[in-house]
Design a protein around this ligand. Sequence first.
Ligand SMILES: NC(=O)c1ccc[n+]([C@@H]2O[C@H](COP(=O)([O-])OP(=O)(O)OC[C@H]3O[C@@H](n4cnc5c(N)ncnc54)[C@H](OP(=O)(O)O)[C@@H]3O)[C@@H](O)[C@H]2O)c1
Length: 289
Amino acid sequence: MAAQRIAVVTGGNKGIGFGIMKELCAKFSGIVYLTARDEGRGRAAIEELKKLGLSAHFHQLDIDNAESIAAFADYIKKTYGGFDVLVNNAAMAYKHAATEPFGEQAENTIRVNYFGTLAVCHALFPLLKPHARVATVSSSCGHLSKIDGNEPQAAALREKFASSTLTEEQLGELMNEFVVKAKDGTWKESGWPNSTYVVSKIGVSALTRIQQRAFDADPRPDMVVNNCHPGYVDTDMTSHKGPLTIEQGAVCPSYLALLPPDIKEPRGAYLWYDKQIVDWVNGPTPTAW
Ligand SMILES: NC(=O)c1ccc[n+]([C@@H]2O[C@H](COP(=O)([O-])OP(=O)(O)OC[C@H]3O[C@@H](n4cnc5c(N)ncnc54)[C@H](OP(=O)(O)O)[C@@H]3O)[C@@H](O)[C@H]2O)c1
Protein backbone atom coordinates (compact mmCIF):
# COMPACT_ATOMS: atom_id res chain seq x y z
CA MET A 1 0.00 0.00 0.00
CA ALA A 2 1.25 3.49 -0.84
CA ALA A 3 2.22 5.71 2.09
CA GLN A 4 -0.55 7.90 3.48
CA ARG A 5 -0.60 11.33 1.81
CA ILE A 6 -0.72 14.33 4.14
CA ALA A 7 -1.80 17.95 3.64
CA VAL A 8 -1.35 20.79 6.15
CA VAL A 9 -3.21 24.11 6.35
CA THR A 10 -2.07 26.92 8.67
CA GLY A 11 -4.70 29.12 10.31
CA GLY A 12 -7.36 26.61 9.29
CA ASN A 13 -9.85 27.40 12.04
CA LYS A 14 -11.68 30.26 10.34
CA GLY A 15 -12.00 32.48 7.30
CA ILE A 16 -10.31 31.50 4.04
CA GLY A 17 -8.26 28.84 5.88
CA PHE A 18 -11.48 27.12 6.93
CA GLY A 19 -12.72 27.37 3.34
CA ILE A 20 -9.49 25.72 2.16
CA MET A 21 -10.00 22.98 4.77
CA LYS A 22 -13.46 22.24 3.35
CA GLU A 23 -12.17 22.02 -0.18
CA LEU A 24 -9.13 19.87 0.68
CA CYS A 25 -11.21 17.54 2.89
CA ALA A 26 -13.49 16.99 -0.11
CA LYS A 27 -10.81 16.67 -2.79
CA PHE A 28 -7.44 15.59 -1.32
CA SER A 29 -6.82 11.86 -1.25
CA GLY A 30 -5.20 11.58 2.17
CA ILE A 31 -5.28 13.12 5.64
CA VAL A 32 -5.78 16.88 5.95
CA TYR A 33 -4.35 18.59 9.03
CA LEU A 34 -6.17 21.66 10.27
CA THR A 35 -3.65 23.62 12.30
CA ALA A 36 -4.45 26.62 14.48
CA ARG A 37 -2.60 28.57 17.15
CA ASP A 38 -5.46 28.08 19.60
CA GLU A 39 -6.35 24.48 20.37
CA GLY A 40 -9.96 25.27 21.39
CA ARG A 41 -10.69 27.21 18.19
CA GLY A 42 -8.98 24.52 16.12
CA ARG A 43 -10.90 21.64 17.64
CA ALA A 44 -14.18 23.56 17.34
CA ALA A 45 -13.46 23.95 13.62
CA ILE A 46 -12.87 20.19 13.33
CA GLU A 47 -16.35 19.71 14.84
CA GLU A 48 -17.80 22.16 12.29
CA LEU A 49 -16.24 20.13 9.51
CA LYS A 50 -17.70 16.96 11.00
CA LYS A 51 -21.17 18.48 10.83
CA LEU A 52 -20.56 18.92 7.10
CA GLY A 53 -19.60 15.26 6.80
CA LEU A 54 -15.90 16.12 6.45
CA SER A 55 -13.09 14.65 8.49
CA ALA A 56 -9.78 16.31 9.37
CA HIS A 57 -7.03 15.92 11.94
CA PHE A 58 -5.92 18.69 14.28
CA HIS A 59 -2.52 19.87 15.49
CA GLN A 60 -1.61 23.09 17.27
CA LEU A 61 0.63 25.42 15.22
CA ASP A 62 1.40 29.05 16.00
CA ILE A 63 3.46 30.44 13.12
CA ASP A 64 4.74 33.14 15.49
CA ASN A 65 6.19 30.65 17.97
CA ALA A 66 9.44 28.77 17.27
CA GLU A 67 8.69 26.01 19.80
CA SER A 68 5.25 25.39 18.35
CA ILE A 69 6.69 25.17 14.83
CA ALA A 70 9.44 22.79 15.95
CA ALA A 71 6.95 20.60 17.84
CA PHE A 72 4.68 20.33 14.79
CA ALA A 73 7.58 19.49 12.45
CA ASP A 74 8.78 16.86 14.91
CA TYR A 75 5.28 15.38 15.12
CA ILE A 76 4.95 15.10 11.32
CA LYS A 77 8.42 13.59 11.01
CA LYS A 78 7.87 10.99 13.74
CA THR A 79 4.30 10.12 12.75
CA TYR A 80 4.53 10.07 8.95
CA GLY A 81 8.18 10.60 7.98
CA GLY A 82 7.14 13.43 5.68
CA PHE A 83 4.20 15.13 4.01
CA ASP A 84 2.90 16.31 0.64
CA VAL A 85 0.99 19.60 0.72
CA LEU A 86 1.46 22.81 2.70
CA VAL A 87 -0.91 25.77 2.57
CA ASN A 88 0.58 28.88 4.19
CA ASN A 89 -2.65 30.70 4.97
CA ALA A 90 -2.21 32.11 8.50
CA ALA A 91 -1.61 35.84 8.71
CA MET A 92 -2.64 38.96 10.60
CA ALA A 93 -3.58 42.52 9.67
CA TYR A 94 -4.10 45.63 11.74
CA LYS A 95 -7.41 47.41 11.20
CA HIS A 96 -7.32 50.88 9.59
CA ALA A 97 -8.47 52.32 12.91
CA ALA A 98 -5.62 50.68 14.87
CA THR A 99 -3.91 53.12 17.23
CA GLU A 100 -0.59 51.30 17.68
CA PRO A 101 2.37 53.31 16.31
CA PHE A 102 3.32 52.46 12.71
CA GLY A 103 6.72 51.10 13.80
CA GLU A 104 5.09 48.69 16.23
CA GLN A 105 2.59 47.56 13.58
CA ALA A 106 5.48 47.02 11.16
CA GLU A 107 7.46 44.93 13.63
CA ASN A 108 4.52 42.66 14.47
CA THR A 109 3.13 42.33 10.96
CA ILE A 110 6.49 41.53 9.36
CA ARG A 111 7.37 39.13 12.18
CA VAL A 112 4.15 37.12 11.88
CA ASN A 113 3.31 37.31 8.17
CA TYR A 114 6.81 37.18 6.71
CA PHE A 115 9.20 35.69 9.26
CA GLY A 116 6.53 33.37 10.73
CA THR A 117 5.68 31.96 7.30
CA LEU A 118 9.41 31.67 6.55
CA ALA A 119 10.03 29.80 9.82
CA VAL A 120 7.24 27.33 9.01
CA CYS A 121 8.80 26.73 5.58
CA HIS A 122 12.27 26.26 7.07
CA ALA A 123 10.98 23.67 9.53
CA LEU A 124 8.65 21.83 7.14
CA PHE A 125 10.30 21.98 3.70
CA PRO A 126 12.89 19.30 4.61
CA LEU A 127 9.93 16.97 5.26
CA LEU A 128 8.22 17.53 1.92
CA LYS A 129 8.02 14.50 -0.32
CA PRO A 130 8.64 14.42 -4.09
CA HIS A 131 5.79 16.06 -6.05
CA ALA A 132 5.04 18.29 -3.05
CA ARG A 133 2.79 21.29 -3.53
CA VAL A 134 3.07 24.49 -1.49
CA ALA A 135 0.45 27.23 -1.75
CA THR A 136 1.07 30.53 0.02
CA VAL A 137 -1.80 32.95 0.47
CA SER A 138 -0.53 36.41 -0.41
CA SER A 139 -2.84 39.26 -1.45
CA SER A 140 -3.48 41.83 -4.14
CA CYS A 141 -1.44 43.90 -1.67
CA GLY A 142 1.50 41.57 -2.34
CA HIS A 143 1.98 42.67 -5.95
CA LEU A 144 5.36 44.32 -6.55
CA SER A 145 3.69 47.50 -7.88
CA LYS A 146 2.41 48.16 -4.35
CA ILE A 147 5.87 49.45 -3.40
CA ASP A 148 4.80 53.00 -4.08
CA GLY A 149 6.63 55.28 -1.68
CA ASN A 150 8.69 58.25 -2.85
CA GLU A 151 10.50 57.92 -6.18
CA PRO A 152 13.15 57.10 -7.23
CA GLN A 153 13.71 55.17 -3.99
CA ALA A 154 10.60 53.03 -4.55
CA ALA A 155 11.85 52.01 -8.02
CA ALA A 156 15.19 51.01 -6.50
CA LEU A 157 13.38 48.85 -3.95
CA ARG A 158 11.19 47.26 -6.65
CA GLU A 159 14.32 46.42 -8.62
CA LYS A 160 15.82 44.65 -5.59
CA PHE A 161 12.65 42.63 -4.95
CA ALA A 162 12.32 41.75 -8.64
CA SER A 163 15.87 40.49 -9.00
CA SER A 164 16.02 36.89 -10.21
CA THR A 165 19.08 36.39 -7.99
CA LEU A 166 17.52 37.76 -4.78
CA THR A 167 18.37 35.45 -1.88
CA GLU A 168 16.35 34.63 1.23
CA GLU A 169 18.99 36.43 3.30
CA GLN A 170 18.72 39.60 1.19
CA LEU A 171 14.92 39.44 1.34
CA GLY A 172 15.07 39.13 5.13
CA GLU A 173 17.36 42.18 5.21
CA LEU A 174 14.84 44.15 3.12
CA MET A 175 12.03 43.19 5.52
CA ASN A 176 14.14 44.25 8.52
CA GLU A 177 15.15 47.47 6.77
CA PHE A 178 11.46 48.35 6.36
CA VAL A 179 10.85 47.81 10.08
CA VAL A 180 13.77 50.12 10.93
CA LYS A 181 12.44 52.83 8.56
CA ALA A 182 8.92 52.38 9.94
CA LYS A 183 10.25 52.96 13.45
CA ASP A 184 12.35 56.02 12.64
CA GLY A 185 9.55 57.57 10.56
CA THR A 186 11.40 57.61 7.22
CA TRP A 187 9.63 54.77 5.38
CA LYS A 188 7.91 56.95 2.75
CA GLU A 189 11.04 58.88 1.76
CA SER A 190 12.91 55.55 1.63
CA GLY A 191 10.42 54.35 -1.01
CA TRP A 192 8.33 52.02 1.15
CA PRO A 193 4.52 51.98 0.96
CA ASN A 194 2.29 53.27 3.71
CA SER A 195 1.11 49.83 4.85
CA THR A 196 2.89 47.22 6.94
CA TYR A 197 0.54 44.52 5.61
CA VAL A 198 1.50 45.39 2.01
CA VAL A 199 5.20 44.98 2.79
CA SER A 200 4.61 41.65 4.56
CA LYS A 201 2.69 40.28 1.56
CA ILE A 202 5.26 41.55 -0.96
CA GLY A 203 7.73 39.64 1.21
CA VAL A 204 5.89 36.31 0.96
CA SER A 205 5.31 36.78 -2.77
CA ALA A 206 9.03 37.46 -3.33
CA LEU A 207 9.83 34.47 -1.11
CA THR A 208 7.80 32.17 -3.38
CA ARG A 209 10.06 33.00 -6.33
CA ILE A 210 13.19 32.24 -4.30
CA GLN A 211 11.69 29.00 -2.96
CA GLN A 212 10.78 27.74 -6.45
CA ARG A 213 14.38 28.28 -7.58
CA ALA A 214 15.52 26.19 -4.60
CA PHE A 215 12.94 23.50 -5.41
CA ASP A 216 14.15 23.41 -9.02
CA ALA A 217 17.64 22.58 -7.71
CA ASP A 218 16.32 20.08 -5.15
CA PRO A 219 17.01 16.36 -5.66
CA ARG A 220 13.34 15.67 -4.85
CA PRO A 221 11.55 15.79 -8.21
CA ASP A 222 8.62 17.98 -9.16
CA MET A 223 8.45 20.30 -6.15
CA VAL A 224 6.16 23.28 -6.77
CA VAL A 225 5.37 26.42 -4.80
CA ASN A 226 3.04 29.23 -5.85
CA ASN A 227 1.26 32.13 -4.19
CA CYS A 228 -1.99 33.89 -4.84
CA HIS A 229 -4.38 36.71 -4.15
CA PRO A 230 -7.46 34.88 -2.81
CA GLY A 231 -9.86 37.72 -3.67
CA TYR A 232 -11.52 40.26 -1.38
CA VAL A 233 -13.32 37.95 1.00
CA ASP A 234 -15.94 38.28 3.73
CA THR A 235 -13.83 37.37 6.81
CA ASP A 236 -12.90 38.84 10.18
CA MET A 237 -9.74 40.27 8.58
CA THR A 238 -11.77 42.48 6.22
CA SER A 239 -14.39 43.23 8.91
CA HIS A 240 -16.70 41.25 6.61
CA LYS A 241 -16.54 43.88 3.86
CA GLY A 242 -15.25 41.57 1.12
CA PRO A 243 -17.85 40.51 -1.46
CA LEU A 244 -16.51 36.97 -1.93
CA THR A 245 -17.45 34.00 0.29
CA ILE A 246 -14.77 31.96 2.05
CA GLU A 247 -15.55 29.17 -0.43
CA GLN A 248 -14.74 31.53 -3.32
CA GLY A 249 -11.59 32.72 -1.50
CA ALA A 250 -10.48 29.11 -1.09
CA VAL A 251 -10.67 28.31 -4.81
CA CYS A 252 -7.21 29.45 -5.91
CA PRO A 253 -5.20 28.37 -2.83
CA SER A 254 -6.86 24.92 -3.02
CA TYR A 255 -6.20 24.69 -6.77
CA LEU A 256 -2.50 25.41 -6.08
CA ALA A 257 -2.42 22.85 -3.26
CA LEU A 258 -3.88 20.18 -5.54
CA LEU A 259 -1.90 20.83 -8.74
CA PRO A 260 -1.39 17.50 -10.51
CA PRO A 261 2.02 15.82 -10.87
CA ASP A 262 4.56 17.11 -13.40
CA ILE A 263 2.74 20.31 -14.35
CA LYS A 264 4.78 22.84 -16.36
CA GLU A 265 3.03 25.84 -14.83
CA PRO A 266 2.21 27.52 -12.55
CA ARG A 267 5.57 27.18 -10.79
CA GLY A 268 6.88 29.94 -8.53
CA ALA A 269 4.03 32.10 -9.83
CA TYR A 270 1.63 34.71 -8.48
CA LEU A 271 -2.02 34.00 -9.29
CA TRP A 272 -5.26 35.92 -9.02
CA TYR A 273 -8.29 34.40 -7.29
CA ASP A 274 -9.71 33.31 -10.66
CA LYS A 275 -6.55 31.18 -11.16
CA GLN A 276 -5.02 33.39 -13.83
CA ILE A 277 -1.26 33.85 -13.61
CA VAL A 278 -0.35 37.51 -13.08
CA ASP A 279 3.08 38.92 -13.90
CA TRP A 280 4.33 39.80 -10.41
CA VAL A 281 7.04 42.17 -11.64
CA ASN A 282 5.40 44.00 -14.54
CA GLY A 283 1.69 43.51 -13.91
CA PRO A 284 -0.88 44.58 -14.76
CA THR A 285 -3.08 43.28 -11.97
CA PRO A 286 -6.68 42.51 -12.88
CA THR A 287 -8.97 45.19 -11.52
CA ALA A 288 -11.81 43.30 -9.82
CA TRP A 289 -11.25 42.66 -6.09
N1 LIG B 1 -10.00 38.27 3.45
C1 LIG B 1 -9.45 38.83 2.39
O1 LIG B 1 -10.11 39.58 1.64
C2 LIG B 1 -8.01 38.59 2.05
C3 LIG B 1 -7.49 39.22 0.90
C4 LIG B 1 -6.18 38.97 0.55
C5 LIG B 1 -5.42 38.10 1.31
N2 LIG B 1 -5.94 37.51 2.43
C6 LIG B 1 -5.09 36.56 3.15
O2 LIG B 1 -5.82 35.36 3.32
C7 LIG B 1 -5.35 34.66 4.48
C8 LIG B 1 -6.52 34.33 5.38
O3 LIG B 1 -7.11 35.54 5.78
P1 LIG B 1 -8.63 35.65 6.31
O4 LIG B 1 -9.24 36.79 5.59
O5 LIG B 1 -9.25 34.33 6.31
O6 LIG B 1 -8.33 36.17 7.80
P2 LIG B 1 -8.94 35.74 9.22
O7 LIG B 1 -10.37 35.42 9.09
O8 LIG B 1 -8.49 36.83 10.14
O9 LIG B 1 -8.15 34.39 9.55
C9 LIG B 1 -6.78 34.41 9.77
C10 LIG B 1 -6.35 33.03 10.23
O10 LIG B 1 -4.94 33.08 10.51
C11 LIG B 1 -4.76 32.66 11.85
N3 LIG B 1 -3.56 33.22 12.48
C12 LIG B 1 -3.25 34.51 12.73
N4 LIG B 1 -2.06 34.56 13.36
C13 LIG B 1 -1.62 33.30 13.49
C14 LIG B 1 -0.48 32.70 14.06
N5 LIG B 1 0.48 33.43 14.66
N6 LIG B 1 -0.34 31.35 14.01
C15 LIG B 1 -1.29 30.59 13.43
N7 LIG B 1 -2.43 31.09 12.90
C16 LIG B 1 -2.57 32.44 12.94
C17 LIG B 1 -6.01 33.07 12.58
O11 LIG B 1 -6.12 32.36 13.81
P3 LIG B 1 -6.97 32.96 15.07
O12 LIG B 1 -8.40 32.57 14.84
O13 LIG B 1 -6.35 32.25 16.23
O14 LIG B 1 -6.78 34.43 15.08
C18 LIG B 1 -7.04 32.63 11.54
O15 LIG B 1 -7.21 31.23 11.56
C19 LIG B 1 -4.32 35.59 5.09
O16 LIG B 1 -3.03 35.21 4.65
C20 LIG B 1 -4.68 36.95 4.54
O17 LIG B 1 -3.60 37.84 4.57
C21 LIG B 1 -7.22 37.74 2.81
